[in-house]
Design a protein around this ligand. Structure first.
Ligand SMILES: Nc1ncnc2c1ncn2[C@@H]1O[C@H](COP(=O)(O)OP(=O)(O)OP(=O)(O)O)[C@@H](O)[C@H]1O
Length: 239
């Protein structure tokens, strides 16, 4: 399998805090890869380095064959951060237009992408409202829409479905799986939610900055004789 993302021997420290320790990951092109771990485990720090927003102290990261950080890859990587980076005084539509224009989409293309992403997160009816009037869940949905706006090959989503109701969460997951299956997108998601982890082709479990185990959900459950992924986490953490 071709690798869309490779992380080799990556470590990161903030002052005396070793946030990531010798992390190795190989993420296949056209797969959904989950990073699972408790709060503070280092998931956000890791995805920020894959996006190119943070630089490792040690080790190397390649995305689509190129060493990160790399500005020329901006167009090909969509990123949804955990905290919403939105313009609150603009409407939802103006936010989409602004972020779309950063990627130099032609006007017809931008129009089509805006329709697609707004529909994906069920925000069409609210696009004329100012973001300052949005609920927390609506802001999350708009952030998710922005991550998709330029039709990137690699999508990196940091806890994408927090604050989103179960029905929409399911339809977003169905679309992520369709994007993988039909368009060959590579999708990296961080999550605490084990039923979302079950939908990934492969997961890496992270604890205190180190990968404790990786594999497909079914292989992990089999290897650890576990009924569910919570159980895998506990058993892998003890070893
Ligand atoms: N810019 C920073 N400066 C100092 N410490 C930081 C910084 N960013 C993250 N940390 C620390 O690194 C550790 C890992 O944080 P990180 O946000 O990567 O974890 P996480 O697994 O994404 O957690 P959560 O699931 O709560 O988002 C934490 O102890 C955090 O306090």
């Amino acid at each position: 399998m071709q690798h869309a993302v490779s992380v080799k021997n990556v470590s990161k420290r903030y002052r005396k805090n070793n946030v990531l320790r010798q992390v190795d990951l190989m993420i296949g092109a056209g797969s959904v890869y989950g990073l699972i771990g408790p709060s503070g485990a280092g998931k956000t720090t890791l995805v920020k380095m894959v996006v190119g927003m943070e630089v490792p102290d040690q080790g190397e990261i390649h995305v689509l064959g190129q060493s990160m950080p790399n500005l020329s890859l901006m167009q090909r990587i969509g990123y949804m951060a955990q905290s919403d980076a939105l313009y609150f005084e603009l409407t939802g539509r103006e936010n989409l237009q602004f972020f779309g224009s950063l990627y130099q989409l032609k006007s017809q293309q931008l129009k089509e992408r805006m329709k697609y992403v707004a529909d994906l997160v069920n925000l069409e009816k609210d696009l004329s409202k100012k973001v300052s009037t949005y609920s927390g869940g609506m802001k999350r949905r708009l952030s998710l829409a922005i991550a998709f706006i330029q039709n990137p090959d690699v999508l990196i989503l940091d806890e994408p479905t927090v604050g989103i109701d179960p029905a929409l969460r399911l339809s977003i997951w169905n679309e992520l799986l369709r994007l993988k299956n039909e368009e060959g997108k590579t999708i990296i998601v961080t999550t605490h939610v084990m039923d979302e982890a079950e939908k990934c082709d492969c997961i890496a479990m992270i604890r205190e900055g180190a990968i404790i185990t990786t594999g497909s959900p079914s292989a992990l459950k089999k290897n650890y004789s576990a009924n569910n992924l919570d159980d895998v986490f506990l058993k892998a953490g003890r070893m």
